[in-house]
Design a protein around this ligand. Structure first.
Ligand code: FPP
Length: 259
């Protein structure tokens, strides 16, 4: 019921007034619907991914202009390897094309690139492009553009739990010292501190599920689902999603001021 209302709000992409003091610091996006966007145009699925890459450029600048501190984009999941090889190859090539053409704009907009995920399993050319983009933008101190590449939340938690267990086994950590901060620090989002957790999670294309994305970190995130497919997602749609976020009453388990 609420998701349905939210979805409609976010889809009504009329001009919206945003409160500049309540821009979500960390926005995470599950970029979905590239394939359906292409199919509706009788194009191959990769045409949707190509257009999706252009949307990433637009939304990066739009988010940075709005004052977002961290923009996390789910670009490739640990489950996406199950797709046809040609599509996987294309998705692995996208970061190369993206950074080849876009790093000067990122630097101009003071945006720093980060990546989270099992990047050592990516093709060498993809790793090289990603590492170069991280190095080329390392002096930027504006928004962080954080790509989730070969990322999966359960795998991330397993890796984090193993690291904590190893510290216990080595005698460096007491079992009862494992608290929320220790878990935060063991996850891949530790590098985003103090903005580890998304304030707003957006999923495009009408699907309403989390798909193994940031399961620990979204405990108190506001969720916005929009019918808009990722290639059609615009700066205006982003503003509508943030307007939806600003209408929410975030209580973090407590009571709002009015109560
Ligand atoms: C989901 O749509 C999208 C993906 C699995 C890939 C997302 C990648 C991009 C948007 C481009 C990323 C750009 C860079 C720079 C890394 P889908 O293919 O599942 O769509 P469908 O559900 O309609 O089939």
């Amino acid at each position: 019921m609420f998701a349905f209302l939210n979805k409609n709000n976010a889809t009504t992409a009329a001009a919206v007034e945003l409160d500049p003091k309540r821009i979500p610091a960390h926005v995470a996006i599950i970029m979905d619907g590239n394939g359906r966007w292409a199919k509706a145009r009788h194009l191959p699925r990769i045409a949707g991914h190509k257009e999706g890459m252009n949307t990433v450029k637009t939304i990066t600048i739009a988010a940075s202009d709005l004052g977002v501190k961290v923009l996390t984009l789910y670009a490739f999941s640990t489950e996406n390897w199950k797709r046809p090889k040609a599509e996987v190859n294309y998705l692995m090539q996208l970061p190369v094309n993206f950074f080849d053409t876009f790093v000067p704009d990122l630097v101009k907009n003071n945006v720093r690139v980060q990546v989270m995920g099992y990047t050592d399993q990516l093709p060498a050319a993809t790793q090289k492009a990603v590492n170069k983009a991280i190095a080329d933008t390392q002096a930027c101190d504006g928004m962080v553009l954080n790509f989730a590449l070969n990322y999966g939340s359960r795998a991330e938690m397993i890796t984090g739990i193993q690291a904590l267990a190893q510290q216990v086994a080595d005698g460096h950590l007491a079992v009862d010292a494992i608290d929320e901060t220790a878990v935060d620090q063991a996850l891949m989002t530790a590098q985003l501190a103090p903005y580890n957790d998304p304030d707003l999670l957006i999923r495009t294309s009408g699907e309403e599920r989390i798909s193994n994305f940031l399961l620990w970190q979204i405990a108190y995130s506001e969720l916005v689902f929009t019918d808009v497919k990722w290639p059609d997602f615009s700066a205006t749609t982003l503003q509508a999603c943030i307007a939806d976020f600003q209408r929410r009453d975030r209580r973090f388990g407590g009571l709002s001021d009015q109560k």
